[in-house]
Design a protein around this ligand. Structure first.
Ligand code: DOR
Length: 424
């Protein structure tokens, strides 16, 4: 017996199109798409709103193994489902670091048991993320890692990065870089700008990111590797990426909702809940990120969902850890800021949150097609809702968006044909 989903408008990102069609779902797969599908023998489910391909977040921190007080695979994937995501890439800066095939396999297997979302681990570039000895990329890829990254830290040695890119290139494995030159970041806490100066807090200049992106771009050009730049935040980094792309380098990049929507000024209101790495920067940097997203220099949106406890975030700007949660707010934040305001069409936003992420990381999904997994989310464009961190399914409450009134909330998420989230 199949399930017919009817009443929604389906979003087709590749065609930049919206169409009122029904879906027939059988055995977790989309068996048919069309109008007036025959009902016999099927359950019919009426939905309201837009039906999107399941969103894909290529940058989340699930904290499991080792930091289960911040998040677990179970709570992180529940939060993903609530945010409309059906696939998430899990960053390796866990404890221990995801640097062995056994650890990669374990994360995949445990996520499967819960079944809220597919977890695609990203394994470490270097053992223990120490920046020195490369991990076994081939074995990690065979175990299911979809990319390698030392996210949370920049690989300081150009020589190590060069060897990593050569090895990854031979396997066609993306290398996702956290671009941060420590000699420039200099132990800073927020953007090196107006606010840091007024507060007398050590700042992190944009150059800490730009310099390493420039280095890695030309290392990628020389090695032919697939370079993916995580959480781009600085105007000059966007410029360098634009030049690299124009020169034909195989480079892609992501931007987070917080770098698109906030500046260093958020620190006044939100203190450590606006402390993130790379930091929220100037209005000029923010506008460059928006422009980069609009012209495709920045390929996709990723949340960098980074849960921390309230106690850790209450330690003051200097002692608190970097990071914000993002899974449960990103789609409505960007729907409200860009689609409701007419800057992007809904299919264009979905392209950047589902289709491009799938393409860049070589994942299935990202569009709704016959024969593809029934991974989808239904969003309600008309009902406003306020961000309430106490209602998050994530263990993390660390967001600078609490209290915002937003539209475009996911109301139903289906993963492999099973309803994994429904908003009351
Ligand atoms: O703000 C951040 N938090 N940036 C990172 O790169 C790492 C992340 C974390 O793991 O908390």
């Amino acid at each position: 017996m199949g399930l017919i989903v009817t009443g929604g408008t389906v979003v087709f990102p590749k065609e930049n199109a919206l169409q009122q069609v029904e879906l027939l779902i059988e055995n977790g797969v989309i068996a048919a798409l069309g109008s007036d599908l025959p009902r016999t023998g099927h359950i019919v489910r009426e939905v309201n709103g837009y039906i999107l391909p399941g969103l894909i977040d290529v940058h989340v921190h699930l904290r499991d193994p080792g930091q289960e007080h911040k998040e677990t695979i179970e709570t992180g994937t529940m939060a993903a489902a609530a945010g409309g995501f059906t696939q998430v890439c899990a960053m390796p800066n866990t404890s221990p670091v995801l640097d062995t095939p056994a650890l990669v396999r374990d994360v995949i297997a445990r996520a499967k048991q819960y079944g809220y979302a597919t977890v695609r681990p990203i394994a470490a570039i270097t053992k223990g993320e120490q920046g020195e000895e490369l991990t076994d990329f081939r074995a990690l890829q065979q175990a299911g890692a979809v990319a390698v990254s030392d996210d949370g830290r920049g690989v300081q040695s150009a020589g190590v990065m060069y060897r990593a890119l050569r090895a990854a290139s031979a396997l066609n494995l993306p290398v996702a870089v956290h671009a941060e030159d420590n000699s420039l970041a200099h132990g800073g806490h927020i953007h090196a700008g107006r606010v840091a100066d007024k507060l007398g807090v050590q700042g992190i200049p944009g150059a800490a990111e730009t310099a390493m992106i420039a280095r890695d771009l030309w290392l990628a050009e020389e090695t032919g590797a697939r370079l993916h730049c995580c959480h781009v935040s600085a105007a000059a980094a966007v410029t360098v990426l634009r030049q690299g792309k124009a020169a034909g380098v195989r480079v892609t990049a992501e931007v987070t909702p917080h770098h698109l929507l906030l500046t260093e000024d958020a620190v006044w209101d939100w203190e450590a809940n606006a402390k993130v790495n790379p930091p929220l920067r100037s209005e000029r940097d923010r506008l460059a990120c928006v422009q980069g997203l609009l012209d495709g220099t920045l390929d996709l949106v990723a949340t960098d969902h980074a849960p921390h406890t309230a106690a850790e975030k209450a330690n003051g700007l200097s002692a608190a850890p970097f990071g914000l949660v993002g899974l449960e707010t990103s789609f409505p934040l960007l729907y409200t800021a860009f689609v409701k305001s007419g800057v992007l069409t809904l299919p264009e936003l979905v392209h950047r949150m589902a289709t491009r992420p799938a393409e860049v990381f070589g994942l299935p999904g990202g569009t709704l097609v016959v024969g593809g997994a029934a991974d989808l989310t239904v969003i309600d464009p008309d009902t406003a809702g306020v961000v309430d961190p106490t209602a998050f399914l994530s263990k993390g409450r660390n967001t600078p968006f609490a209290g915002r009134e937003l539209w475009g909330w996911p109301v139903l998420t289906m993963h492999k044909g099973r309803v994994v989230y429904e908003r009351d």
